[in-house]
Design a protein around this ligand. Structure first.
Ligand code: ADP
Ligand code: MG
Length: 426
C-alpha cells in the first residue's frame, strides 16, 4: 500500500481519465460527442553505465511502467494553456511566439519548450512551423518528481508524441523519427527549461521497448539510429523483478559536484591526449592485458583523485559491455555482481553515493537481492536491486527497516518492469 511506500503505476485507462478530468476542470469540457486524445510517456531507470554519457560512453536504461499522461486539445491560435495534477492551482499560459531560450520559466517551460523545439525543427526542414499549433493540455503522472526517474523527460516526451500527432508530422511512427522527437525534447529541457542533461532520459522515454533494455552509445556524431540498440531483458520470463528504492532524500551539492566530475574527466582526457575517456575504455577493452593497459594510462595522470575518477569511467563502460553480453546470452540472473561492482566504483572511486543509497544497497543485498546499485547521478535519488520475484516484499521490508534503524526518512518503492515507450493511449 502507499502507506508502506509503494508507488503503483497508473493504468493507461486511469491515467487518461485523470488527465482528461484535469483538462475539463481547468479549461472546460469537450464539445459534446468529442473526447480529447491522451498521450503517455514513461519515466526511466538506468541499469548500469553511470557518469559515462558525458564521457562518450555507454548506458543501459529501461522504460518504467510509471507514465506521465497528457490530455491535449489543439487550438486555432498559438496560445499554450497548461494544468497539472502535480501543480494544483498553477495554470501556466504563454503564446508560442514568446517561447524561447531565457523567455519562460516554471514547469510549463518543459511543455512549451517541446513545441518551440519542434517548430525549430520544421524551420530547419524548410517547413511551416505553424504546423505545430497552440494547445490546451493537462497532465497527470505516477512518475515521482526528482527521484532520478526522469519525470521531466516523461513530461517532454508525452508532449512530443502528442504534438507529433496533432501536427501530422508522423515522426513517432519510426525509430529515426523518434530520435528526432528525442532531440527536440532534449532541446526543450536544455534550452528552454534551462536544465543541463544528456540525452539518455529522452531516448529511453521515446525509444525503449517493453521487455528490453536500451543500449545507448553516447559518442557524439554517431547516427542516432545506430546509437541505440534493443537488448532483451524479460524479467517476468526469468522470474526476476527490478526493485527501485527511492531514498526520498534531498539532493545535496549535486550541481557543483557534477560539474567537478565532468571537468576532471575532460582534463584527464586532455592529459592522455585523447578526445574522450571512451577512447581509453575502447583501447583497454581491446588490449590483451586490460588491467595492465588501464594501469599504464592511470600512471600518466597527475593525482590520485583523477586516477580514481578515470578508473570508474573506464571500468563502468566495461561493465555495461559485460552486462549486455550476459543479457544476450539469456542470463539476466547473472548480472548481480556487475551491479555490485558498479556501486562500489561509484561509491569509492567516483564518490557520488550517499548514506541513504549505501544503506538501501547494503540492506537489499543482505535480504537476498542478486545485486544492487545506486542509479542516476547520485547524492540522493534512487537505487535499484535485482531480486527473485518472490522476494520483492522481503527485500523492501528489509530496506524500510534499515532506514528506520539508521534514523533516515521512509523510502519509496517501485517495480521497474521494462515497459513501452511514449505513445497515444486514448
Ligand atoms: P526528475 O526528472 O529526476 O524527476 P527534474 O528536476 O529533472 O527531476 O524534473 C522535475 C520537474 O519537471 C518538476 O519540478 C516540474 O517542473 C517538471 N514536471 C515533471 N513532471 C511534471 C508534472 N506531472 N506536472 C508538472 N510538472 C512536472
Ligand atoms: Mg529530469
Amino acid at each position: 500500500s502507499a502507506a508502506r511506500g509503494w508507488v503503483p503505476a497508473l493504468s493507461d485507462d486511469d491515467g487518461a481519465a485523470r488527465a482528461r478530468a484535469v483538462l475539463a476542470e481547468a479549461f472546460g469540457a469537450d464539445e459534446p460527442g468529442e473526447e480529447v486524445c491522451v498521450w503517455a510517456a514513461p519515466g526511466r531507470v538506468n541499469l548500469i553505465g553511470e557518469h559515462t554519457d558525458y564521457n562518450a560512453g555507454l548506458c543501459l536504461p529501461v522504460a518504467l511502467p510509471h507514465r506521465t499522461y497528457v490530455a491535449l486539445r489543439p487550438r486555432t491560435d498559438s496560445l499554450v494553456r497548461l494544468a497539472s495534477a502535480q501543480a494544483p492551482g498553477e495554470t501556466w499560459t504563454a503564446r508560442l511566439e514568446d517561447v524561447g531560450p531565457g523567455e519562460v520559466a516554471g514547469w510549463g517551460s518543459y511543455v512549451a519548450g517541446v513545441a518551440w523545439a519542434l517548430r525549430e525543427h520544421l524551420v530547419a526542414q524548410g517547413a511551416d512551423p505553424a504546423a505545430v499549433p497552440g494547445f490546451d493540455a493537462a497532465v497527470d503522472s505516477s512518475v515521482p518528481f526528482g527521484a532520478g526517474l526522469s519525470s521531466s523527460a516523461a513530461l517532454e516526451c508525452a508532449v512530443a508524441v502528442a504534438l507529433d500527432d496533432v501536427a501530422g508530422l508522423g515522426l513517432a511512427a519510426t525509430d529515426a523519427g523518434r530520435a528526432v522527437l528525442a532531440t527536440a525534447s532534449v532541446r526543450a529541457e536544455n534550452e528552454i527549461a534551462g536544465a543541463p542533461t544528456g540525452g539518455m532520459d529522452q531516448s529511453a522515454a521515446l525509444r525503449a521497448q517493453a521487455g528490453h533494455a536500451l543500449l545507448l552509445d553516447c559518442r557524439p556524431g554517431l547516427d542516432p539510429v545506430e546509437s541505440a540498440t534493443q537488448v532483451p531483458f524479460d524479467l517476468d520470463a526469468a522470474g526476476l523483478a527490478l526493485l527501485v528504492m527511492d531514498t526520498r532524500a534531498e539532493h545535496r551539492l549535486v550541481d557543483g559536484q557534477y560539474a567537478q566530475r565532468r571537468a576532471t574527466c575532460e582534463d584527464a582526457a586532455r592529459t592522455l591526449g585523447i578526445g574522450s575517456l571512451r577512447e581509453l575504455a575502447d583501447a583497454v577493452d581491446a588490449s590483451d592485458d586490460p588491467a595492465a593497459a588501464l594501469a599504464r594510462a592511470l600512471d600518466a595522470l597527475p593525482d590520485d583523485v583523477a586516477r580514481r575518477r578515470v578508473r570508474h569511467v573506464v571500468t563502468e563502460i566495461g561493465r555495461v559491455r559485460a552486462f549486455v553480453a550476459l543479457l544476450r546470452e539469456g542470463r539476466p540472473d547473472a548480472v548481480g555482481s556487475l551491479m555490485n561492482a558498479s556501486h562500489a566504483s561509484l561509491r569509492d572511486d567516483y564518490e557520488v553515493s550517499s548514506v541513504e543509497l549505501d544503506v538501501a544497497v547494503d540492506a537489499a543485498r543482505v535480504a537476498g537481492a542478486l545485486g544492487a546499485r545506486m542509479t542516476g547521478g547520485g547524492f540522493g535519488g534512487s537505487a535499484i536491486a535485482l531480486v527473485r520475484a518472490d522476494q520483492v516484499e522481503a527485500v523492501a521490508d528489509a530496506v524500510r527497516a534499515a532506514f528506520e534503524r539508521e534514523g533516515l526518512g521512509a523510502p519509496g518503492f517501485l517495480l521497474a518492469t521494462p515497459s513501452a515507450p511514449a505513445e497515444r493511449v486514448a
